[in-house]
Structures are given as C-alpha cells and as structure tokens.
Design a protein around this ligand. Structure first.
Ligand code: UDX
Length: 450
C-alpha cells in the first residue's frame, strides 16, 4: 500500500520505517527541514536500535523516502499516519495544535480520498475533532476522508521490535472500509510474513498479535488508560519500597512474589527514581485533565504524579544523609537518559537530579553511553566524561540514575580504588547491596536493607 507519515519523531520514524520494512511504499515528512535533510542524506536523527538496519534497507529498495514539502507526502499515500507531537501545555493539557495544523494541511492538499489515522497519543474525542476539521477545510475540493485511531504502544529502545512483534494492535474505526484498509496495512505483522530485520534467526516464536477493533473514542481512551496505569504501578511500587525500607523488608523480594500473581504481573514494579520520558508523565497529566473536564475526579492519578515527583526528594534525603553537606562535593552521575537504550532525556529523572545537584553546589561529572550530547545542550555546566570510570574518579559519591546494562558489568574494585569515598547511591536498584558491601562500598538503594 501507499502510505504517508507526517512527523518523523520517535513514533513517526519507527512507524514509517517499519511499514516500509513490511512491504509498503512509505513517504515521510516533517516540518523540521533539518531533520528531513539528515534523513535524506542517510543519517538517523535519533538513537533507536534497529533503525540503522531498517531505514537504509528500505531506502535502497525504494520503499522509503523523505520529503520536506508536506504536499508531496500527502499526495503520495492512500493512508496517512499522523505522528506529530502532542506536548504538554503549561496547565498539563495536551497541546493539540500540531494535530490541528496537520488536519488543515491534509484537508487542503489532498486530491483523492484518504484514510487519516491518528497515531499520536491524543485525548479521547480528538478523532471527532479531526473528522470535523477535515470536512470543514476540504469543502472546496470535496475530497472524502475516513478517520481512524491506531494508538502506538512503542517503548523507546525497543520500538522497532515492538512495532513488528506487538502483543496487540488496536484500531478505532467508524466504518468497515477503514477497518479493511488497516488490516491490509498490518497483514504482514498479523500473519508474520516478513523477514525479521531485528532477529538474525527470524521472528521469535510467540502468539500472533491480537487484532482489536473498537470505536475511535475507545481506542484513544485505551492508550491514555494503559500509560496511566503503568505510571500508577510504578508509583505504587515506589511507595511500597519506602515502606519496606522502614520495616526492614526488601522491595525486590516483595515485588517478585507480587508479580507472580497473573492478575498483577511482574513488570513496571521497579522502585527507584521513578518514571520519566515523553510519554508516561505527559499522558498521565493529560488524562487527569481530560477526566476533570469530563466531570471525573481522577485523584489517584494526581497522587501517582505527586509520588513520582517526590522521588528526587527521596534520593536527595539519602544523599544528604550520607554526604552531610553537598556543596563543593565532587559527584559522579551514571546515566542521563530517561531509561536505558535510548538517547532521550525528555522529562528524565536523571536530568532533574543533575539540575538539583548543580543548584545545591555539587561539582558534577556525568557519563551516559548515548545521551551526553543531548544533555550537554540543556546542562552545559556539567563535566561530561567518556566512561563510567572517569565519572567515578575522585568522586565522593557515585549516583546511578539510569539502569544501562554496561553499568552492571563495571569493574567495581577499580572504581572503589579511584573514588575519594566509595559511596554509591543507586537510584535504579541496579546492584546487589550485599555484593557492594563485600566490595567495600557504602551502598544505598531504594526499599532494600542497606
Ligand atoms: C511508554 C509505554 O511503555 C509505551 O507503551 C507507550 O507507547 C509510550 O510510553 P516509554 O516512554 O518508551 O514507553 O517508556 P517506558 O519503557 O514505559 O518507561 C517509562 C519510565 O518508567 C522510564 O523512565 C523508566 O525508567 C520508568 N520505570 C519503568 C520505572 O521507574 N519502573 C519500572 O518498573 C518501569
């Protein structure tokens, strides 16, 4: 099928590249001309594992191209995926101006019928507004549009894999034609009839994804309700961790047993610095606002947000307790990205942590395998170094803010010997308290006996 993708951020680029990978002809556009230039010249503006394989291959085979002029992209596809940003407004509501802009653009530029699919995370009922905008602004051309919602459930760092091997595909539609078209688009994913680019040995075994057809309103609600639930789960685990600390229990043991109950499940119960990124925090806020405007007081979500913001305070309590005075202390920070396997620092707890360290007068040396360039742009006063060892050298405390796998495998004896004081505050419960103690560290983490 011929497909257009508007917006080449994390979601749009992964969607466009993967749709091309499974055999469609895809044209992507973005209003950031520099981004399109990078993509046209073979560069990839973000770090997302798998894209380095998928994009060059699809471009070489002529199934993926990038255009700065949105009219070219809109003209090229029978189906148009809207993947533009919906950042938070100062009041926490989702800013839908980019969606509105794209709706007007599509309505005025389209010369033939199109299926317009919202992929960006939007509050419920946005699809209805999208439909209205498309019909109002296309009254001269009289082109007909179908609208659908197809929320993404892509985790950064494994987004290519998540797109090609999802557990569910949700399509919110209002007519059979739209459903049929979407099924055609996803057929290779549903039937697993493509050669997997991520796994050298082919697709991993597993059940085919569930195909869920809903109303547009439900599809939009599914996305916000899912992400908010994940946020709730993390904040819940963090509260249990605080309690475990006071009662002398171990959060690791507690959530392990909790997660074995299939009604609870094992993931998203890791305690520590809390959640960040460009989805969970903003989706949670937008969902609370949507509920409020609809006359529903979703207080438990506000509480989850408050708990999450308080994680940095908890971290500082531990740091202050250990260091006494923070001013002028040399502190090493491991991790800046909001989670491992991404260079994304948007709403990253690690960035809040470093900002606060600077405010308190600490001398900060930081290392992250992928996110340092982005961090430098927002926090220029930090000394960025090329390895975890350099970050630890002469430090009076080493803080773990992101659970990159490489931090698990460090030579901790070497680190201990180069630190001015072998103190570690582990904001992601990455290491074992007993191992670290045996290696001669003062080690503190979350919800576990020190
Ligand atoms: C999320 C959703 O998972 C995805 O389905 C949706 O499409 C987009 O939003 P992402 O933003 O990539 O994906 O991040 P995710 O992997 O969900 O992690 C969010 C944050 O929660 C990270 O900062 C992570 O460190 C934190 N986290 C996660 C915890 O603190 N504890 C956990 O147990 C799990």
């Amino acid at each position: 099928m011929k497909i257009s993708v508007i917006g080449t951020g994390y979601v749009g680029l992964v969607t466009g590249a993967c749709l091309a990978e499974i055999g469609h002809e895809v044209v992507c556009t973005d209003n950031d001309a520099a981004k399109i230039k990078t993509l046209e010249s073979g560069g990839i503006p973000i770090y997302e594992p798998g894209l380095e394989k998928v994009i060059p291959k699809a471009r070489k085979e002529g199934r993926l191209s990038f255009r700065a002029n949105p009219a070219d992209a809109i003209g090229a596809g029978d189906a148009i995926f809207i993947c533009v940003g919906t950042p938070p407004l100062p009041n926490g509501d989702a800013d839908l101006s980019a969606i509105d802009h794209v709706a007007r653009l599509v309505a005025t530029e389209a010369k033939s019928p199109k299926l317009v699919i919202e992929k960006s995370t939007v509050p419920a009922r946005t699809g209805q507004e999208l439909k209205r905008a498309l019909s109002v602004y296309s009254r001269k051309s009289n082109v007909k549009f179908h609208v659908a919602s197809n929320p993404e459930f892509l985790r950064e760092g494994t987004a290519v894999e998540d797109f090609l091997h999802p557990d569910r595909i949700v399509v919110g539609v209002e007519d059979e034609a739209a459903e049929k078209q979407l099924k055609e688009i996803y057929r290779p994913v549903l039937e697993r009839t493509f050669t997997c680019p991520v796994h050298a040995t082919g697709c991993p075994d597993g059940p085919a994804p569930a195909w869920l057809v809903t109303t547009i309103n439900s599809a939009e609600l599914i996305k916000h309700a899912s992400n908010s639930f994940l946020a709730l789960k993390i904040s819940y685990a963090n509260m249990v961790a605080d309690l475990a600390e006071r009662l002398g229990a171990d959060i690791g043991e507690v959530v392990r047993a909790m997660g074995m109950d299939p009604r609870i499940g094992p993931s998203f119960l890791s305690a520590g610095l809390g959640f960040g990124g460009f989805c969970l925090p903003k989706d949670l806020q937008a969902f609370v606002h949507l509920a409020e405007r609809s006359g529903v007081d979703f207080a438990m979500l506000r509480e989850a947000e408050k708990i999450n913001k308080g994680r940095i305070d908890r971290f500082f309590e531990k740091l202050r307790e250990a260091l006494w005075v923070i001013r002028d202390k040399r502190v090493g920070v491991l991790g800046l990205a909001f989670k491992p396997n991404t260079d994304d620092i948007r709403f990253a707890p690690a960035i809040d942590l470093v900002e606060r360290l600077l405010v308190e007068g600490a001398r900060v040396r930081a290392y992250d395998p992928e996110a340092m360039e982005r961090a430098r742009a927002v926090l220029p006063k930090v000394d960025y170094v090329k390895s975890a060892y350099e970050a630890a050298k002469d430090a009076e405390a080493l803080l773990i803010a992101t659970e990159w796998d490489e931090f698990r495998k460090l030579d901790w004896e070497k680190i201990r010997d180069t630190m001015a004081r072998p103190l570690i505050i582990d904001g992601r419960n990455l290491l074992s308290p007993r191992d670290m103690k045996e290696r001669g560290f003062e080690y503190r983490s979350f919800g576990r006996p020190d």
